[in-house]
Write a protein that binds this ligand. Structure first.
Ligand code: F6R
Length: 244
């Protein structure tokens, strides 16, 4: 695992967006998996700007969403679908059949998981995964206590995830379950970028990077990945004892 600390959120986002662009240029048929959430918002905006200016071709890229709230429609602005569609997908020339997002309204979440796992298995896994970190140390909806060996699965959301998640919705929303890629997908990804910014992430980042690697802090799994990079701004890095 490599740790990179950037002076601010913008430079972190610039560098993360460059990683996506570089991969798409070098491997036009790569599989990328992007988290939703506040952390990668600027990264995706910059990536879309750069890709549009340089006319980068996404038509053979496979796109995988990291997770989704169960029971939330794609038209709801708090859904991961809505976020990715509006910030990323509709701006670039993805081929629609290459886009794979969990359907939060599916009456058979187990089938959603199977479909995703089969697709990723056939593709040979994810080439680049961009993830954020929850306030409880989750990645995707891999909540504290999750197995590091899971592929896609249905999750009972942690209390903190259900309450912090309200920030994405216009009105109070009952959030009980999620569907997520598993940490095994992350372990098997060719490259993982984990992004965190802001003072509110400083304590969880300290725990993720400096306490023991444990299922109680799922994001600590990035330390076991041979090709992961944790990209922080100064604020998120401010409680770390060491930056190496
Ligand atoms: C979203 C996701 C979540 C978020 C995490 C951080 O698809 O997978 O794990 O990455 O909750 O959220 P933000 O970036 O809003 O702080």
């Amino acid at each position: 695992m490599k740790l990179s600390v950037y002076p601010n959120y913008r430079s972190l986002s610039e560098n993360a967006s460059d990683e996506i662009i570089r991969l798409v240029r070098n491997r036009p048929n790569a599989t990328i998996c992007l988290a939703s959430g506040d952390t990668p918002r600027l990264c995706y905006q910059l990536m879309v700007e750069k890709a549009t200016a340089a006319k980068i071709d996404f038509s053979a890229i496979s796109f995988v969403g990291l997770d989704e709230w169960v029971g939330i429609s794609p038209e709801n602005e708090g859904s991961c679908y809505f976020f990715l569609e509006n910030l990323v997908l509709r701006h670039l020339n993805f081929s629609r059949p290459n886009i794979h997002l969990f359907d939060g309204l599916s009456d058979d979440p187990a089938r959603e998981c199977r479909k995703m796992d089969e697709f990723l298995h056939d593709k040979g896994g994810v080439d680049l995964m961009i993830v954020g970190v929850g306030m409880n140390g989750h990645i995707g909806f891999n909540e504290p206590g999750v197995s590091f060996n899971n592929y896609s699965h249905l999750v009972e959301l942690d209390h903190m995830t259900a309450s912090v998640g309200q920030k994405y919705f216009k009105e109070a929303t009952i959030l009980k379950q999620g569907i997520t890629l598993g940490l095994k997908h992350l372990s098997e990804a060719t490259k993982v970028l984990m992004l965190a910014n802001g003072i509110k992430k400083a304590l969880v980042i300290k725990k993720v990077l400096e306490e023991e690697i444990s299922d109680q802090m799922p994001a600590s799994i990035v330390r076991t990945h041979p090709n992961s990079e944790v990209m922080l701004d100064e604020e998120a890095a401010s409680m770390l004892n060491s930056r190496t």
